[in-house]
Design a protein around this ligand. Sequence first.
Ligand code: 16G
Ligand code: MG
Length: 546
Amino acid sequence: MVALPIDEIKRLLDLHPKSPSIRYQYGTAGFRTLGKVLDPVLFRVGVLAGLRSKKLDGKVIGVMVTASHNPEPDNGVKLVDPRGEMLESAWEIHATNLANAATTDDFVAALEDFVKLAKIDLSKPARVVFARDTRPSGPALVASLKDGLQAIGAETRDGGITTTPVLHYLVRTMNTKGTSASYGDDSEEGYITKISTAFKNLVAGKAALAPLTIDCANGVGAKTGQQFQDALKDTLPIVLENTNGVLNENCGADYVKTSQKLPPSLETVLQAGQRACSLDGDADRLIYYYLDERRQFHMLDGDKITALTASFIVDLVKASGLEQKIKVGVVQTAYANGSSTKYLTERLPVKCVSTGVKHLHHAAEHYDVGVYFEANGHGTVLFSPQAEDTIRNHKPSTPAQSTTQTHLINTIDVINQTVGDALSDMLLVEIVLAHKSYSGAEWDSLYADLPNRLVKVVVGDRNAFKTEDAERRLVSPVGLQAKIDELVRKYEGGRSFVRPSGTEDVVRVYAEAALRPQADELAFRVAGLVYDEAGGDPVNRPREFL
Ligand code: 16G
Ligand code: MG
C-alpha cells in the first residue's frame, strides 16, 4: 500500500497558510474571489488535481487559473476532467472541504479521510496540465499550485498563458493521444492548425470575408486571436482591439451583454454595418454586434448564435441525406430570450436547464448533435461519437451530398467540443455568414429579441432562494412566486424569474416584455418584491424598485 507523502505535504503546505476568517466555495465556476486571498486554495487544488488523476488511473486532469469576465483583481481556479469537461460535481464538495481545512493537521486529516472515502489508489500515477490567463496575480498563484502538485508527486505540464478553451483542448488531446479517439495534436499550435484548416476548407470558394473586429477584453484572447490572425491571414481579416488595457474594464462580452452597449473604445473604430464581436477575459464567451446606418447598436448574443449555427447544421445534415439518422437538438437556460425559444421550438427539440455550463453540456450530450449556448455567449456544439461515425462513414449518393458531408466533417473540426470557445465559435459564425451571404442585420432578422432587463438584489441570505423547473420558478421563500406571477400577468409578453447567483452574493432578477419600458418596470418591480421579502430596509429601498 502506497501512503500519502505526509511529510512533504506538510512541509509545502506550511508555506501556504490559510486565514481563519475566509471561507472558500467551489461554485459553478470553481473557486473565485480576490486573487490576493487565493494562495492557500491553489496549493490544495494542486493536491486535489493529483488525486483526481490517480483516481482516474493516471488520466490527465486540467487546472485553469482564471476569473473569466470578473475584474482584474479577482482570480479563480477550476479543474477540468479527462475529456475536457468540467470536474464531476460530486467532487466539488471535497474541493470545498479541503480548501477550508483550517490548519496543516486538519488538511492532512481531511485528505486521509477523502482518500479512503473515494477509494483512491495512491500507487497510480498523477498527471496534470495547467494554464493561466493574463491576470497579474496569476504567476504567484501558479507557483502555489505547483507546490501542491509537487507535494502529491504529480507529473506536470505547464500550458503557460492561454485561454480556458485551449486548456480544455489540451486535456482532451493529451488523453486521447495515439488512440482512435484522438482529438488532435496536443499543443497550442495543434489547436490553431486544426481549427484554422477546417475554417479555410469551409470558406473556400465563398466571397471574400469583410474584416472582423474582435474586442479581446484586454485578456488572453488577444494572444490566441493573434495566432488565428496569423494562421488565417486574408481568409478572414481580423482586427484586434482591447488587447492590453485593464482586463474586462468597459469592454468584453460580459460588459456588452449586461449593458447592451458597444464598448466605448470601439465607438470611433467601428463603421456602420461592420460586424464585430467581444470575447471575455478567458475567451470562452462570445457576443456579436453591429451598428446600423443610424449607428444604432444591435447585439447578437448566445441565443442568436444558437439560431444561426443550429439551422446551418440542420441544413447540412438534410442536404447530406442524413436527416433520418441524425437529430439535432438545442439546450438553453431560462435566460434565453423568449423570442429565441419560440423561434427554435418551431424548428427543433429544445430543452431548458439550470444556469451553468455543466448543466447545458450534459443535456446536449443526449442529442446526436446538441447545440447549446447560454444567452451570455458561452456555448458549443456536441456531436455524439455515433453521430460523428455516421457522418464520417456515410456513403453519399450524389456529388452535392458528398460536398455537404465534407462540410459537416470540417464543421466538427472547427468546433471545440470540450467547452464553449469564443474564437472557435466566432469562426463557426463566420462560416455560416459566408455560406448564407448574411450581413449582421440579416442574421439579426431571424427573430426580434424581446426587450429584457437583468437586475441584481443584495439580500441577507441568498440561500433562502430556492428554485425548480430549471430555475424558472421559486419554491422558497414560500409565496413569493405567486406574487411574481400576479405581477407578470399585467405585462404583455411578460416573463420574469428570480434565482440566487452561483458566483456572487446576490439574487438575480430577469424580466422581459413586449416593450422596453415594460421590461424595465417589470424587472424593477419583481426586484422590489425580492428586496421586501428578504427584509430589506424600507428607508434605503432603491428608488427604481417601485
Ligand atoms: C459561471 C458559469 C456560467 C454561468 C454563470 C452564471 C461555468 C463555467 N460558468 O460563469 O455558465 O452563466 O456562472 O453566473 O459554468 P451567476 O450564477 O452568477 O448568475
Ligand atoms: Mg469566461
